[in-house]
Ligand binder design. Structure first.
Ligand code: HXC
Length: 287
């Protein structure tokens, strides 16, 4: 175990061995938020296997794990392929003796007006986000149920319930995942399996930047709407994921934690904070 001053930022809020001996699988675990969750879990003692479609996404995590002495693995998997998901979960359990933690982080998204979205584009995003999350949950869930418990974490978005122009595919899929989170939480609580979700607002990640705010002007417009005044970072979103997966949240299931700097509380702000006060002072001739 490494010293706490060299822990990834996401891991600095939990005790050193918070996940010691636990076995975790993180989908999309080689990049962005998935990578920060994987790093945090591994730094706190879990074995972490990342899965993603692209082998080249495995390298950064595996190299860091080697350097830091973390227990890590990687498999190529497209979560849309249900039989492959089953084989991956079964193979993981055969190799490690069980699965304690599942993070359904793999996603696909891009901005496209609904009337122009092709069926294939709709199916691609629904397939990754909704079908993929269910396949992973089902096959990992079977093992967790047999073993008497486990914890799952799903990544949704606040537009699952607010809606948002341009992402009808992703919003519809994430709404389904939110319903799945609550349903599986209720269904599997009797087996000791907890299922929670997070709903991040905009945070810095390569996938989101390229697909959702490729343009600095769009990014600035979005940033200006966030009450806390900035986008989040992947490691601070990951820190909340680790908390929900950890023993600190043993009595939390079916919950969706919003991590958005307050954005969903003020979606279409009618005035800037302090604006009315500034105007009144201006009218009274105050500085
Ligand atoms: C319109 C598009 C498109 C775009 C792809 N398609 N990109 N349509 N606008 N920008 C269409 C293609 O033309 C094709 O339809 C269909 O989608 C499938 O595209 P493929 O590239 O063949 O599929 P695939 O290689 O499987 O890629 C899946 C993907 C891709 C979802 C399209 O974007 C992807 O893999 N993304 C993963 C990374 C990612 O997006 N991460 C962002 C997550 S961030 P046709 O009809 O031409 O065959 C996130 C956070 C949101 O979700 C929170 C915000 C607040």
């Amino acid at each position: 175990m490494e010293s706490s001053d060299s822990l990834p930022a996401s891991a600095q809020w939990l005790p050193d061995r918070a996940f010691q001996g636990q076995r975790a699988l993180v989908t999309g675990g080689g990049t962005g938020l998935g990578l920060q969750i994987s790093r945090g879990l591994a730094a706190l003692g879990a074995h972490v296997t990342i899965v993603s479609r692209s082998e080249e996404h495995h390298a950064p995590f595996l190299e860091e794990a080697r350097a830091r002495g973390w227990s890590a693995g990687a498999r190529v998997l497209d979560v849309r392929q249900d039989p492959d998901v089953r084989a991956t979960m079964d193979g993981f359990v055969e190799e490690h003796g069980g699965i304690d933690l599942l993070v359904n982080n793999a996603a696909g998204n891009f901005v496209c007006p609904a009337e122009r979205l092709s069926h294939n584009a709709w199916r691609s995003v629904l397939g990754i986000v909704l079908d993929g999350t269910f396949s992973c949950s089902k096959y990992a869930g079977r093992h967790m149920i047999a073993a008497g418990g486990g914890a799952m974490l799903n990544v949704v978005a606040t537009y699952a319930w607010t809606g948002m122009p341009g992402v009808v595919h992703s919003a519809s899929a994430k709404a389904g995942v939110l319903a799945m989170t609550r349903t599986l939480a209720a269904e599997w609580a009797q087996h000791g399996v907890r299922v929670n979700a997070i709903a991040p607002g905009p945070f810095h990640s390569d996938g989101a930047k390229g697909n959702l705010w490729p343009d600095p002007e769009v990014e600035e417009r979005m940033r200006a709407k966030v009450p806390l005044g900035r986008f989040g970072n992947a490691d601070e979103v990951a820190a909340q994921c680790l908390h929900l997966l950890s023993g600190a949240s043993e009595y939390v299931t079916g919950e969706c934690l919003v991590i958005d700097g307050g954005l969903s509380l003020a979606p279409g702000r009618m005035w800037e904070p302090g604006e009315r006060l500034r105007r009144r002072r201006g009218a009274q001739g105050e500085a």
